[in-house]
Structures are given as C-alpha cells and as structure tokens.
Design a protein. Structure first.
Length: 138
C-alpha cells in the first residue's frame, strides 16, 4: 500500500496557486476611458484644469454625480486621476479637489487659487459622499 500524502498535497497546493494567480490577474482591470457621458481620458489629461478641457466636460461630470457617489476613494482616483488638491478634514474625512479652469495652480503646483473647482468629500471609510462646485478650495 503506497500512501503518498506529500505528492497529493503538492498537487493541491500547485492547483490552488494557479487558481489564486488567475483570480488576481482577472481582478486587475484597465482603467475605463468613459463613465456614462463623462470622457475620463480627457478629464485625466487636463491636469489642474489648465487646458480648459475639464471646463468643457463640466456638464457631463454633473450628469454622472449620482453615479460617482458611493464609489471608493481608490476608484475615484483611478478614474479621475490624482486630485489637484487633497484636503484632510476632521473625523478622518478628506476632499479630492479637481480644478475646472486655468489659474495660479497651473503656474505653480499647490499655489492658492480661486479658480472654479469640484470637490469630492470622502467619508472616513473611503466612500464619496458629497460632490460640490465652488471657486477655489472648499
């Protein structure tokens, strides 16, 4: 009677590794270029709102606000790109700020600006809860 427990265990471990690796690869998707009406590729390409593309996309952005609420901070960052300003608020909340038009932030990153912007409030658990439009920072 041949009981080869180690050979069976190795085959199971190898099979489990292949399954886990496949699931990991499937989970890593590409960032979409479109979200409803909003062209995300153009939005991401206008860093700081300096070329005026984001301003032209404002109506499309507003149309997708209900669909953006509840998304995770990671998803918002992937889709819209790195925020132009990241503000920490009380109770572990934060704001992701994206400028919509050219201003002082284009000449010097981090410069105080009163240019039109959109702010996305992230809750303490990392979900988008509120989206507002204003001049400058919220």
């Amino acid at each position: 009677m041949n009981t080869n427990l180690f050979g069976t265990g190795r085959r199971l471990a190898g099979g489990l590794f292949v399954v886990c690796w496949s699931l990991t690869l499937l989970a890593c998707g590409t960032v979409p270029d479109q979200f409803g009406k909003l062209n995300l590729k153009k939005w991401r390409g206008d860093r700081g709102g300096c070329t005026g593309t984001r301003s032209a996309l404002e109506a499309d952005f507003r149309a997708e606000i209900p669909n953006l609420k509840g998304k995770t901070a990671n998803t918002i960052g992937e889709w819209l790109g790195r925020p132009d300003a990241n503000i920490l608020a009380d109770r572990n909340q934060k704001f992701y700020v994206y400028y919509l038009e050219k201003g002082p932030q284009c000449d010097k990153v981090g410069a105080k600006s009163s240019s039109r912007s959109v702010a996305i409030r992230m809750s303490a658990i990392g979900l988008a809860t509120e989206i507002t439009f204003q001049n400058g920072l919220p």
